[in-house]
Design a protein around this ligand. Structure first.
Ligand code: PEP
Ligand code: MN
Length: 263
C-alpha cells in the first residue's frame, strides 16, 4: 500500500486543511516536551509568527532513562489544545502506547510515532484503526525497506494518512547525535508515494547544524520539516542542546523559504 506499484502518483495528506506533500513546504515546530502553560503558549506564538503550520510538543516522552522527565501526559495534551485555541496552529504529538492513542485522539490533529516505536506493530495497528493522520518516524536502525514495511501495518488497517519522517540513523559517527540520512529522501520518493519530511533536530542533536541540514533536506526534495523550538532552550527538561530559540527559528524559516522558492 505504501509502494509506488500500488499508487504511482504522490500522495497529498490533508491535515485540517494543510496539505502535506503538495507544493507548499510544511513546517512543524515546538518544544521537545510540553512543560508548562507559559512555555507551550509562548512557543506556540513564536512558531506561529515564524510561519509554521503545526505546533509539536511531547506529552508522553519515551526517554532513554526512566529517571528523566517523562512528560505531563493528559495535562500536556490539554495545554496543547489551549495553544491551538490561542494560535490556530494544528497540533502534533507523540503517542507511545495504545492507551496514549486513545487519550490523545481527543486533543490533537496528528499523531507522531517516535523512532523507538517504529516496529511496535500493536501500536501501529491501533493507529491504523484510528484513521488520524500520522507522522511516522524512521527508527535509528531500520533500513528503508523495514520502515516502509512497518508503514504497511498502519495502512493495512485502513489509515492511508501516513507521512514519513527521516530523523537520522545510528552510525559510527559521534559528532552528531544521529547521522541524517539525506539519501533517504530521494530513495523513499522513488519507492513510495507517501510524503517525506525531515527532522534535523534529532538528527543533529546540536543547534548549530539545524539550519544547514534543513537546507539540505529541502534541496533533496523533502515536503517539510519538524524542528524543536523552546522559549528558553537552556532550561528545557529534555533535548536542551538541540532546541532553537524563537529568534533563531524565525531566521531559519526566512532562509529556507528562499530555497523553497527557487526549487
Ligand atoms: C521527539 O520528537 O521528541 C522524539 C523523541 O523523536 P525521535 O522519536 O525521533 O527520537
Ligand atoms: Mn526531542
Amino acid at each position: 500500500l505504501a509502494g509506488k506499484t500500488f499508487k504511482p502518483e504522490p500522495s497529498v495528506i490533508d491535515v485540517g486543511g494543510v496539505k502535506i506533500g503538495g507544493k507548499e513546504l510544511v513546517i512543524m515546530a515546538g518544544p521537545c516536551a510540553v512543560e508548562s502553560r507559559d512555555q507551550i503558549i509562548s512557543a506556540a506564538q513564536a512558531v506561529k509568527k515564524a510561519g509554521a503550520q503545526f505546533l509539536r510538543g511531547g506529552a508522553f516522552k519515551p526517554r532513554t532513562s526512566p529517571y528523566s522527565f517523562q512528560g505531563l501526559e493528559e495535562e500536556g495534551l490539554k495545554l496543547l489544545k489551549e495553544a491551538k485555541e490561542a494560535t490556530g496552529l494544528l497540533i502534533i504529538t507523540e503517542v507511545t502506547c495504545e492507551k496514549a492513542v486513545e487519550i490523545a485522539d481527543n486533543y490533537v490533529d496528528m499523531f507522531q510515532v517516535g523512532a523507538r516505536n517504529v516496529q511496535n506493530f500493536q501500536l501501529l495497528r491501533e493507529i491504523g484503526r484510528s484513521k488520524k493522520p500520522v507522522l511516522f518516524k524512521r527508527g535509528p536502525s531500520t533500513t528503508i525497506d523495514e520502515w516502509l514495511n512497518a508503514a504497511e501495518y498502519i495502512m493495512s488497517e485502513g489509515n492511508y494518512n501516513v507521512v514519513l519522517c527521516e530523523r537520522g540513523i545510528r552510525t559510527f559517527e559521534t559528532a552528531t547525535r544521529n547521522t541524517l540520512d539525506i539519501s533517504a529522501v530521494p530513495v523513499v520518493k522513488s519507492m513510495s508515494h507517501l510524503p517525506v519530511i525531515v527532522d534535523p533536530s534529532h538528527a543533529a542533536g546540536k543547534t548549530q547544524y539545524i539550519l544547514p541540514l534543513s537546507k539540505a533536506a529541502i534541496a533533496a526534495g523533502a515536503d517539510g520539516l519538524i524542528i524543536e523550538v523552546h522559549p528558553n532552550p537552556k532550561c528545557a527538561l529534555s533535548d536542551a542542546a538541540q532546541q532553537l530559540t524563537p529568534d533563531d527559528f524565525y531566521d531559519l524559516c526566512k532562509d529556507i523559504s528562499k530555497i523553497a522558492e527557487i526549487l
